[in-house]
Design a protein around this ligand. Structure first.
Ligand SMILES: Nc1ncnc2c1ncn2[C@@H]1O[C@H](COP(=O)(O)OP(=O)(O)OP(=O)(O)O)[C@@H](O)[C@H]1O
Length: 323
């Protein structure tokens, strides 16, 4: 993306340790991204363990990266002072995978909506109910349907709508939605992702949508980034990336959903099985992290980190495209 930046990540790296010896690896490795200041839905996709949630938590200011900067409207989010902290908290909101884990099962959900409206959004006491009602209506609910209920009295889809309404209460510019539909039935998924599309259009809210599900990503996103072992290996307009993938990993990922052929599916499942056994090796690979699984890998891929190459607005991190 170009133009004026709403959110900018500059060479962001997050290091975790694992195992008895505190072995270090980069869960997010030197990621740079610019998301422009106009409503968008930006998908982060990739297999389990590719760093999507870690990157989302960095964007939300939950994890501080060891290296690099995250700028929101030009301000470094890890250097905000005084009132800027509350301002940022309102501007970027989160919706998580499991709505039942978001709310305490012993507390009525209205209490959460009330607290957010009062303490974060700063709505006056006597205006709170009307404000909550108006916001719930934006997600297809209303205060009557919600006020006296505990979380377990809602269906998963309804409770996820309540989570979205809660995020909307602060009038955010960005909602980071981490696997928001993966626990819902297929029939409900589309209604939730449709809601993101509607909110983008009606309220001008941008979404960072994290998913394994390339079909909903294709349906709602403007832009997509494919992550692999902490790298963004390919990013660009969703139609270009998913219709005409460049990176060998993107091709494999698409094949896993697009090709029902049992022969390919079993090959892919084998690849995934292999992947989990070699995950650590891939994270610390010297050259390309995907080289161990890539059918096109050359000696160079094993030894040198690939460059990021721009091909018609799609950035691909792969030696294949180096002239
Ligand atoms: N707090 C942590 N401490 C140590 N390692 C972590 C921590 N959080 C995540 N990891 C590791 O970092 C890597 C990236 O994890 P992350 O959850 O960001 O991936 P993901 O793409 O979101 O996966 P999933 O789709 O399964 O949620 C994984 O190897 C994971 O085990």
């Amino acid at each position: 993306m170009s133009a004026q930046a709403l959110l900018q990540l500059k060479n962001v790296t997050k290091i975790f340790r694992y195992g008895f010896f505190g072995f270090k690896f980069k869960a997010v490795d030197n990621v740079s991204l610019t998301l422009e200041d106009k409503p968008f839905i930006f998908t982060l996709a990739g297999e389990s363990g590719s760093g999507k949630t870690t990157l989302a938590r960095i964007i939300l200011g939950i994890y501080k990266p060891e290296y690099g900067e995250v700028l929101y409207k030009g301000k470094n989010i890890f250097k905000l002072k005084g009132g800027e902290v509350n301002w940022f908290r309102k501007e970027i909101q989160a919706v998580f995978q499991d709505p039942y884990a978001t709310f305490n099962l012993l507390r009525k959900v209205y209490g959460y909506l009330y607290d957010t409206a009062k303490n974060v959004a700063g709505i006056k006491k006597d205006e709170i109910d009307a404000y909550i009602d108006e916001t719930l209506q934006r997600v297809g609910l209303n205060i009557e349907k919600v006020k006296d209920k505990y979380p377990h009295e809602f269906s998963g889809g309804e409770l996820q709508r309540v989570s979205i309404a809660r995020a909307l209460l602060t009038n955010p510019r960005i909602i980071v939605a981490d696997e928001p539909v993966s626990m819902l039935d297929a029939s409900l998924r589309i209604s939730i992702v449709n809601l993101f599309k509607e909110l983008k259009e009606s309220l001008g809210i941008s979404f960072i949508y994290i998913t394994h599900d390339l079909s909903t990503a294709y349906y709602i996103s403007d832009w997509i980034a494919i992550m692999f072992r902490g790298w963004i290996v390919e990013t660009g307009p969703v139609e270009k990336v998913l219709n005409d993938p460049l990176h060998p990993y993107t091709k494999t990922l698409i094949m896993s959903v697009a090709v029902p052929d049992i022969k390919w599916r079993s090959k892919w499942l084998e690849a995934i099985k292999l992947a989990s056994s070699i995950e650590e090796k891939e994270f610390i690979a010297r050259g390309c992290k995907y080289a161990g699984r890539c059918p096109y890998a050359t000696e160079r891929c094993l030894n040198e980190e690939p460059p990021e190459i721009n091909i018609n607005d799609v950035y691909v991190k792969c030696w294949l495209y180096q002239k």
